[in-house]
Design a protein around this ligand. Structure first.
Ligand code: LMR
Length: 333
């Protein structure tokens, strides 16, 4: 090819380059927030993630896009927390138990009978110590943004459970929590840590005999098809910390961060209101359809569990910030 033949090709390339420059000029790519979670869409967390997406995209059109990855589609909670630090995901909302290895004080939520009901959990979360807990993992790069509710956990196994000794010899799936591990070994059962997405299969093939979870997860993940007996011990609460990474959050423009915080505050109020209503509604749906047998304990029966599991608070007290422990105790009525 001679020089004269090169010229039109070169001209075309320059024109292409300039047109690309012009079209990208003035048009900023939206910030993408990948929100990963492990439960179904029709749960307080699933609904909350969707509300957050709608509110953010309506208030920050073209500036922020929220992509939701439910049902462990992208990551298990354990992977997602690490994914935050690696920049693979920007928002997560795992249960408190799953954060414990990054901040031991979060174990306060797993200690049996630390909170007797949702109102006590809320009083603690709104206290100064409860609010400080949100920033307790910042030194490792994790920033807590809000607390979202699910509900009290109920116990289930392949036989009716009424008294603590009924658990002896059974294998229970647990979340990655040291406190739950001690709880089940203390009751003579064998705990097995499994990610949520493996729970249905583990119950189906009988690797585990039982598990504990909230009514909304039991309904939405169809766990009721795999175990029929449910006992309301009211020993712990299933709640979440909505979290991001310090580097992502601090790197956002101020106006965007403030708008995201505003949206998240509004969604949090709604999620926590609906979680309580949904727990009761989902329980009623299962019960009225005859899909589950529910054992509710009277005060004496519950006291038997409390006497056995209550002293666990002192076992973990050395690892939990004393201010957190005090505040949790003060939240009791
Ligand atoms: C579990 O692993 O059982 C729960 O934490 C799942 C969830 O997110 O509610």
């Amino acid at each position: 090819m001679n020089k004269r033949m090169y010229l039109p090709v070169f001209g075309l390339l320059v024109a292409l380059f300039l047109s690309l420059m012009i079209s990208s000029e003035g048009k900023t790519e939206p910030i993408v927030i990948r929100f990963s979670h492990v439960v179904a869409e029709d749960t307080p967390k699933g609904i909350g993630a969707q509300m957050f997406k709608e509110l953010v995209e309506q208030r920050l059109p073209g500036k922020v896009v929220v992509e939701i990855y439910p049902r462990s589609e992208k990551f298990t909670d354990e992977q997602a927390i690490i994914g935050l630090l690696l920049g693979d995901v920007e928002m997560v909302a795992p249960s408190f138990s799953k954060f414990c290895r990054f901040g031991k004080s979060l174990e306060i939520f797993d200690v049996p009978f630390m909170f007797d009901n949702v109102a006590e959990v809320h009083r603690f979360q709104q206290s100064d110590a409860g609010q400080k807990l949100l920033s307790s993992m910042e030194s490792v790069g994790i920033k807590g943004l809000q607390y979202w509710d699910n509900g009290m956990r109920v116990l289930s196994a392949n036989k009716p459970i009424k008294a603590p000794e009924d658990l002896k010899g059974l294998c229970f799936r647990i979340e990655s929590s040291r406190v739950f591990y001690s709880q089940y070994t203390g009751l003579g059962a064998t705990p097995m840590i499994l990610p949520y997405k493996e729970l249905p299969e583990a119950l189906k093939i009988g690797i585990v005999d039982g598990y504990e979870n909230s009514w909304s997860n039991i309904l939405a993940s169809k766990l009721y098809l795999l175990r029929r007996n449910y006992t309301e011990v009211d020993h712990t609460f299933l709640g979440y910390m909505v979290a991001t990474s310090v580097s992502f959050w601090d790197g956002l423009p101020d106006d965007i961060r403030q708008e995201l915080e505003r949206a998240l505050n509004e969604v949090t109020d709604k999620v926590n209101k609906l979680a309580e209503e949904k727990a009761m509604a989902d329980r009623a749906t299962l019960l009225e359809a005859g899909l589950v047998e529910v054992i509710s304990l009277n005060e004496d029966e519950r006291q038997e569990w409390k006497d056995l599991l209550g002293p666990m608070a002192s076992q973990f007290a050395d690892d939990i910030d004393p201010k957190i422990m005090l505040s949790a105790k003060e939240a009791k009525y």
